[in-house]
Design a protein around this ligand. Sequence first.
Ligand code: PLP
Length: 362
Amino acid sequence: MDRAFRMPDCIRLEVGEPNFPTPPHVVDAATQAARDGRTRYTENPGIPELRTRIAEHFTRDTGRPTDASQVTITTGAVAALYTALMSITNPGDEVILTSPAWPNYLMQMKLLGIRPVAIPTTAETDYAPSISQLESAISGKTKAILLNTPSNPTGAVISNTTMAEIVDFARQADIYVVSDEVYDRMTFENPHVSAASHDTDGRVVCIHSFSKTYAMTGWRVGYAVAPPEIAQLIINCQEPTVSCVNAPAQYGAIAALDGPQDVVLQMRDAYRERRDEVLRLLSSSGIDAHKPGGAFYIWVDITDSGRSDMDFAMDLIDKRQVTVVPGSTFGPGNEGRIRISLATAPTDLYEGVSRLVEEIKS
Ligand code: PLP
């Protein structure tokens, strides 16, 4: 990214944020809130109206009856994840996750003194862990399994059957499931399945965000929905770290939930169209890429280039002015891949992918 910033004409395929603007009714609601003087601290866990709306949506979507007291509004999903992990672990505990994984998971675990236990996954299982892998990964120190569906970087969507098996495994092992579902509204074929919909005894903590769903990355509003005792710990962790989330942004979030949802569908449909075109461009040149069922990334095989992911990514910037994310950013063992983002405007996206193809073949 540093190198790309020095090249203003670089095509940016590494950026993980929507190229769409925040819907105007959200901007209006937040502006109006500020004008009306809603500029003070809010309750630590967020303003009651927003927590109530989220609890209603969550109950409807997952079938798990959820009370507003279980919802904490956080500074993006990133803070929801951090305080959730902080709440359920002590230093030295282990958390199981799959690889490739969004790099912030490992960074957060490092800060919290958690030992990550990564399970390698492949396209053959649609990047889901098998129960036998989970059995091998578990120890007396395991506190949780961290899931991400739809996944960044692979776009894999965990099926209903697999989700049921994983939550059942967690129940038998008496550990938590932390489920990062920030791309829940971005699925293309099969519907998103929340881990919460299989939670029968209060062991699932769900992580959500307004960032991707409503193109609100810079507003920093996310939330955690947790069993009551964990929700209280998350709220306790919020006071010393951020106190509360930006007040006008929380009013913007209410408008996002209450307002027209066609903006969400339009973005999702645009990502699907871009996905199909990018996959067509890659496969017509014989380049292997995983077909993502959700989110807005494509995980591309670059082994044909004969270079490591890092060397390839640097060559791509220097020779063709295109940035991508090297696979090893998502954990060791992913050196033969790079991630591109579909959240870039189509003209740049397709031009960038054409140059990527040329570089792999060069
Ligand atoms: N989880 C995943 C898988 C992500 O890809 C991201 C952002 O890229 C986040 C969480 C963080 O989202 P937020 O902007 O709400 O902090």
